[in-house]
Design a protein around this ligand. Structure first.
Ligand code: NAD
Length: 250
């Protein structure tokens, strides 16, 4: 029960990696706020947590909208008086070279993946500073952490931005008791990946990695739990790749 009594806001928790993280955090004793644009998926995560004797509330939010993000954090503070952990898991994937990426797609990817992360961090920071503690975990990606990949110009740009935004905040807020870390999953078996490729493509893609398989959302969530917990008390500004060896290969 590493997170007993902590209040954790997890965005994108209707699905995939953030859903697994919300479930694990609740199992570890946190009061979890499941935040997502999808009410159906978000409520499903909440019901799962309740069925396993955990605490969870759902808040519908579009993380790219400042007013909605502010309202979300205000309502958490009103109910719980604090927010100890933020996981920015909401994100979208778009493929295309810079030439193929329309301005509309570019703006959408940047506004959700990068600006959404910035807005949620900004909304919790003043509360965390007042508490003199807080742990922020921003989900970037192996593509965007160190390297790019073909035909994902907007996505890797957004994730590169998330990585450096996180490291900048880690430096700026370390003395205020706030830790900010970046979690970079390798390809992980979630609806995002399954929407992007056929089963045959997925199987062929998985074989190209050292472990020969994709990650499971729960394997990423385990790393998020470490970063959120006091076991990571000296860890800030880290870029933790959980990728089955993907980034070890040149
Ligand atoms: P997913 O599609 O399963 O879940 C993403 C969630 O984000 C969904 O519930 C969706 O409703 C929510 N969301 C999207 N836009 C939103 C918005 N504007 N406001 C609020 N919620 C919004 O995806 P996933 O694979 O679990 O990805 C989670 C994070 O991990 C993303 O940031 C993704 O880029 C990153 N990631 C995923 C992989 C992978 O292989 N699955 C690899 C590296 C990084």
């Amino acid at each position: 029960m590493e997170l007993r009594g902590r209040v954790a806001l997890v965005t994108g928790a209707a699905s995939g990696i953030a859903r697994a993280t919300a479930i694990l955090f609740a199992k570890s004793g946190a009061k979890v706020i499941v935040a997502d644009g999808s009410t159906v998926g978000g409520m499903d995560t909440v019901r799962h947590i309740h069925a396993n004797d955990g605490y969870a509330d759902f808040i519908e939010v579009d993380v790219s909208q400042q007013a909605q993000v502010s309202h979300m954090v205000d309502s958490i503070i009103k109910t719980h008086t604090r927010v100890d952990i933020l996981v920015n898991g909401a994100g979208i994937l778009a493929y295309g070279t810079a030439l193929e990426t329309t301005e509309e797609t570019w703006n959408r990817v940047i506004s959700i993946n990068l600006s959404g992360t910035y807005l949620c961090c900004r909304a919790v920071l003043s509360h965390m500073i007042a508490q003199k503690r807080g742990s922020i975990i921003n989900i970037a990606s192996t593509t965007g952490a160190h390297d790019a990949c073909a035909r994902a110009a907007a996505y890797v740009s957004s994730k590169g931005g998330v990585t450096l935004l996180s490291r900048a905040m880690a430096i700026d807020h370390a003395k205020q008791g706030i830790r900010v870390n970046v979690l970079c999953p390798g390809p992980t078996d979630t609806p995002m990946l399954r929407k992007a490729m056929t089963t045959d493509e997925l199987e062929a893609f998985a074989k190209t990695f050292p472990m020969g398989r994709f990650g499971e959302p729960e394997e990423i969530a385990n790393a998020a739990l470490f970063l959120a917990s006091d076991k990571a008390s000296f860890v800030t500004g880290a870029v933790l790749c959980v990728d089955g060896g993907q980034t070890a290969e040149v």
